[in-house]
Design a protein around this ligand. Structure first.
Ligand SMILES: [Mg+2]
Length: 297
């Protein structure tokens, strides 16, 4: 990008927030927020890199900006908190045009706006490397106890909020963060995580954090049509795609109660180890195999 000042001017002009939390937004050395005394501040950071999480030759700048923000919003969903504001740091390839850089920032902002999460600061730099975006999100507990990963108890049911697998066909760029659902689930959940690394890997995080195990029922697992499509192309069973593919961004949670909007897929066990009961009734160890998408060369 040749004219960073013009970009920063433009970003500043499009900023509009009516959030009562924001005392100072973009334009000063730091932003300032007035935080309610009885509210917990939750903080997280997440980055996306060209060639790892997206491919700038295939995906639009708007989509890339949206993904960077939506991954952070999905982390808010996983904690049951509400997004409050975000700051973003962008390393722009020197040859990227000003218009494409604006499109990137617009994508970030539009994804945040959908959840009343304004961008209140950031940093841009041009360099000879690939596009990298890092977003730091601030969330508020807003009356709900944040849900950690470590509270699963033997006997709890295991739920997911939607069908899994094959997100690489496109959903990994266009998913909707489950912020509203996360708020509804939080009061009844004992543990929660968003599925970014694949069900098997993210479930193992929950089990390890609580020193418990899990039994998944293959017949209950919701398999996304994309997993079936991918299976036709690569010959790997669609069940394996649903179990191990990353970047579904559905919520995975455990609860002693019921939650009709989610799908029950199994149960937490006191014996450590994760098993899957097949359609033949036989239980086999489920070895975590989740992976981060390697997009591009
Ligand atoms: Mg997460």
């Amino acid at each position: 990008v040749s004219d960073e000042f013009e970009l920063i001017d433009w970003i500043q002009k499009c900023q509009r927030t009516n959030s009562p939390l924001i005392t100072l937004g973009i334009g000063d050395d730091l932003a300032a927020l007035k935080w309610p005394a009885d509210d917990l501040l939750l903080v997280g950071v997440d980055q996306v890199i060209d060639g790892v999480h997206f491919d700038s030759k295939i995906h639009s700048m708007n989509q890339i900006g949206r993904k960077a923000m939506n991954r952070n919003l999905s982390d808010c969903a996983a904690m049951g908190c509400l997004p409050a504001a975000a700051v973003a740091a962008v390393a722009l390839p020197r040859e990227l045009s000003l218009d494409r850089a604006k499109e990137l920032c617009a994508g970030l902002r539009q994804a945040g706006d959908a959840f009343q999460c304004p961008i209140i600061g950031g940093d841009t730099a041009s360099w000879s490397g690939k596009l990298v975006l890092s977003v730091t999100i601030l969330g508020k507990s807003a009356g709900i106890k944040p849900v950690s990963r470590s509270g699963a108890r033997p006997g709890d049911a295991i739920f997911v909020t939607g069908p899994l697998g094959g997100s690489i066909l496109g959903r990994h760029m266009t998913f909707e963060p489950r912020v509203k659902l996360g708020r509804e689930i939080a009061p009844i959940a004992t543990a929660m995580i968003d599925i970014s690394d694949g069900l098997s890997r993210d479930l193992s995080q929950i089990c390890r954090a609580a020193g418990v195990g899990a039994m998944i029922d293959a017949s209950l697992l919701p398999i996304h049509p994309d997993a079936a499509e991918l299976s036709r192309r690569d010959g790997i069973p669609s069940l394996d795609h649903a179990l191990h593919d990353g970047e579904d961004y559905e919520l995975l949670f455990t609860s002693a109660g019921e939650f009709p909007k989610a799908i029950r897929i199994g149960q937490i066990t006191s014996e450590p180890g994760i098993f899957i009961r097949g359609n033949d009734g036989v239980s086999r160890p489920l070895v975590p195999r989740g992976w981060e998408h390697q997009i591009g060369p």
